[in-house]
Design a protein around this ligand. Sequence first.
Ligand code: GDP
Length: 199
Amino acid sequence: MKILSADFLVSAASSKQFPPPVLPEIAFLGKSNVGKSSLINALLNRKTLVKTSATPGKTRQVNFFLINERFRFVDLPGYGFAAVPQSERSAWRKLCESYVPERESLRGAVMIVDIRHKPARLDQEMKAWLDHFGLQTLVVCNKADKLKRGEIPRALKAAQEALGLEEPPLAVSSKSHLGRDQIWRRIGEWLAERSRIPA
Ligand code: GDP
């Protein structure tokens, strides 16, 4: 995919602030610190379009980006901070539940896990939740540059088993750009479809 333009559109703290669902959308989600912001920036060839989660206030909002004036990337807030209070967790839940189940322009989700850690219970719940709403999801294991090449297949198998995937997830790296073309290929397929339901 040639990126002609990539612009920040809006940060939404509630569903009232979501832009009208007039363009196809691809959602990104993952536990905090898996490299979600870095991966989106890498896909778009930008260094700092998406602020990392270290930026105050950025973690509890849904951020919309307009790509090539044709489709949107939707950065959902990271889940699974070890120490977040229950109130914040339910705020996350409310926000994401107002987006994923109902958004008619949503075409697919890229779910990011850290290749060095077997997906945790929260990741399993998240995958099951996305499946429940019939959303096609590409699971990617980020930070593959941190493993030796020979260690990657075993890590992918562990993630596949933990998440109950039919195929091994994709090893990617926002640092080395490993897997970037494959992610774009999948996004291209989703954008060519009319709905979120797999054919
Ligand atoms: P987010 O919280 O999921 O948005 O994660 P960030 O994009 O802020 O990344 C969290 C940390 O992981 C930062 O220190 C990044 O530099 C680092 N990081 C992200 N992706 C990669 C990667 O593919 N390889 C390596 N080695 N580090 C990464």
